[in-house]
Design a protein around this ligand. Structure first.
Ligand code: SF4
Ligand code: FES
Length: 258
């Protein structure tokens, strides 16, 4: 295949950045999208030019490290597919492909296609844990979890923290990510002690990081490579509402003071 790539090049966070065109000839349709970028980078290095910086690790769709906007769509044209699992056979010979980084105030560009997603880590640190008593590990069957709850918790736990939901949202909201992280713990018995505080603290951390509000566009669900459902946002909203009610001073709840 012969392709024209329009790639966002930005030296550092304060650089203005710009789209630069590259001709990519002799590209096998069997290459993954990241392997195609590897080939382009080898050629740039051979010419003494700066290779395109992009994030990657597992290249198997499980770590959430890769992420780029391909022709205007987070992770590219294939539904439920990370950029690393996308293959060049999804494009046509002669195509022009535009490649940009995630764009969100909370994800500043480090270089080219690499953004700083540590804001997600701080949301996790605010509440993505459970309290466990010390001592021997409890007997495996001592705490019963229904099949339905276990399945839903696993659906939420599928979130790989890639950030595509933020990149696709017109408000750059992190609600789908936060909802997935709140829900996978809040659906199982082990996550109940901190359930409502977790919702409150993780939403507060999300707001502090500068992510926007959710206004139900649904773009996040459409691009999520792990099919995280908007239902988890509804679940987070319910938990957050209950947490807010529980925290109201008694005088505001119509109850006697003292
Ligand atoms: S909810 Fe989906 S798109 Fe968002 S971080 Fe998790 S896996 Fe990525
Ligand atoms: S490199 Fe790990 S999900 Fe793409």
């Amino acid at each position: 295949m012969k392709l024209t790539l329009r790639v966002w090049r930005q030296q550092h966070a304060r650089d203005e950045g710009r789209l630069v065109s590259y001709e990519a000839a002799d590209i096998s349709p069997d290459l993954s999208f990241l392997e195609m970028l590897d080939v382009v980078n080898e050629r740039l290095i051979a010419k003494g030019e700066d290779p395109i910086a992009f994030d990657h690790d597992c290249r198997e769709g499980i770590c959430g490290t890769c992420g780029m906007v391909i022709n205007g769509v987070a992770h590219g044209p294939r539904p439920s597919t990370t950029a690393c699992q996308l293959h060049m056979r999804s494009f046509k010979d002669g195509d022009t492909i535009t490649i940009e980084p995630w764009r969100a105030r909370a994800f500043p560009v480090i270089k080219d296609l690499v953004v700083d997603r540590s804001a997600f880590d701080r949301i996790i640190a605010a509440g993505g844990f459970i309290s466990a008593p010390t001592g021997c590990a409890p007997e495996g069957n001592a705490i019963h979890v229904s099949k339905e709850k276990a399945d839903r918790a696993m659906d939420a736990a599928a979130c790989i923290g890639c950030g595509a939901c933020v990149a696709a949202c017109p408000n750059a909201s992190a609600m789908l990510f936060t909802a997935a992280k709140v829900s996978h713990l809040g659906l199982v018995p082990q996550g109940q002690p901190e359930r409502y505080a977790r919702a409150r603290k993780m939403v507060a951390a999300m707001d502090e990081e500068g992510f926007g509000s959710c206004t139900n566009h649904g773009e996040c669900e459409a691009v999520c490579p792990k099919d995280i459902s908007l239902e988890f946002i509804a679940r987070l909203n319910r938990d957050y509402f209950k947490a807010a009610l529980a925290e109201r001073p008694a005088s505001n709840r119509g109850e006697g003071v003292g």
